[in-house]
Design a protein around this ligand. Sequence first.
Ligand SMILES: C[S@@+](CC[C@H](N)C(=O)[O-])C[C@H]1O[C@@H](n2cnc3c(N)ncnc32)[C@H](O)[C@@H]1O
Length: 191
Amino acid sequence: MGRPDYESWLGELVPRLKAGDTVLDLGCGCGVPATALLAKHFAVTGVDLSPVQIARAQRLVSTAQFLCADMSTLEFAAGSFAAVVSFYAIIHVPLEEQPAIFKSIHRWLRPGGYLLATVGSTAWTGTEDDWLGAPMYWSHADRATYIVWLEETGFEVLWARLIPEGTGGHTLVLARTSARHPSQAGEGDER
Ligand SMILES: C[S@@+](CC[C@H](N)C(=O)[O-])C[C@H]1O[C@@H](n2cnc3c(N)ncnc32)[C@H](O)[C@@H]1O
């Protein structure tokens, strides 16, 4: 397995943003390393379903804000973030709920905002009874389906790469919202 290389993945995002920009880390876990790396440059909000992980993150990354919440029901005002990252987290939400999460993320991003996320590479949904000592649920669509979902939501997919793991792996995708706000769509198009 290639080890997750958060530093180089975030190296693709950081130069596209400005210091102090607002960034959301969805499914942040204990905040290390990704939230901590982001918090060196940006005003970061980390969200995780697990109160234990949120308590650890608050201890480990004192410069970020954290919320314990389910990304499927979470709400932020439209245009709240310059970027959303989500590493190895959306794939733990049931597949039928994932397109709505991409729609929420798109709404929370400002025009020209970025999404950097780990999604599935091949379709598979299932549970392992003993994943590092606990039962774990995954739900992946294949890469082509994620790209269709993102494009249908209004994202431009800038790239999608295989992150190898064992005999398979995940897709890491960088996508961007349109530089125009949705409320401006169509303005000036019919002259
Ligand atoms: C494999 S960990 C990844 C953590 C971190 N992003 C990283 O890459 O190190 C997946 C995280 O997603 C969180 N998670 C799973 N379902 C979630 C949901 N519906 N809403 C928010 N967080 C969720 C889990 O609690 C867990 O901390």
